[in-house]
Design a binder for this molecule. Sequence first.
Ligand code: CTP
Ligand code: CA
Length: 224
Amino acid sequence: LLHTNGKRDLVGKRVLISTGGTQEYLDPVRFIGNPSTGKMGLALAQAALHRGATVTLIHAPITWEVPSGIRAIAVVSAAQMGQAMLECFPDADVIVMAAAVADVKPAEYTPEKLPKKLLPNSLPLEPVPDILAELGQRKQPHQCLIGFAAQTGDIVKPALEKLRNKKLDAIAANPIDKPNSGFGSDTNQAIFLDKQGRQVEIEPCSKLQLAHHLFDFVGNIPRE
Ligand code: CTP
Ligand code: CA
């Protein structure tokens, strides 16, 4: 496995990464979630580490072990991830939101397991906070804020809207309907977009290579 491309351009930088799929429990045994495995965020953390950064990884439930050298914070829900991100954000230079945040949560949590015959036919839902948009509001000029957009069909237009609406410096538009990309895969592909209008397409490659391409791309964003 190639962990390094030899670049040490993140020495002295603090990189904050979120990854994995957040979970919103209805009762102790059932949740709303998504198929994210967190491997893209792991690759980003490894790439940043090998480029010399101090790395913090805020992760939703994952099945792999966080490599040594990376500061890990485990969370479950979007609210917990948001709180952890907001706490770490002021100290970070580069922030990558690679987590797949469950967009909604059950309006109510039942602390005792519901027997299936008591499960409702429809489930009242509430939106969870948009963590990345909140970070965009708080962003300082020296900080570089990067999002991911997992999309099907036309990936560029919705990703550009997210870039603008959430006040990001860059976004990785990620086609999840292409073979060997997206959830759970060891490979991925993306179109990187930045707020200056640059657009770079990355052909399918390992998630680690894609992570290095992303740090190469954002290294070239002019600071305001
Ligand atoms: N994101 C977030 N908090 C949320 C939802 C999304 O921080 N509650 C972040 C994701 O981590 C990702 C980016 O926003 O970096 C885009 O996520 P995406 O799901 O593509 O966008 P949404 O704004 O949730 O819009 P939709 O799901 O309707 O496409
Ligand atoms: Ca979403």
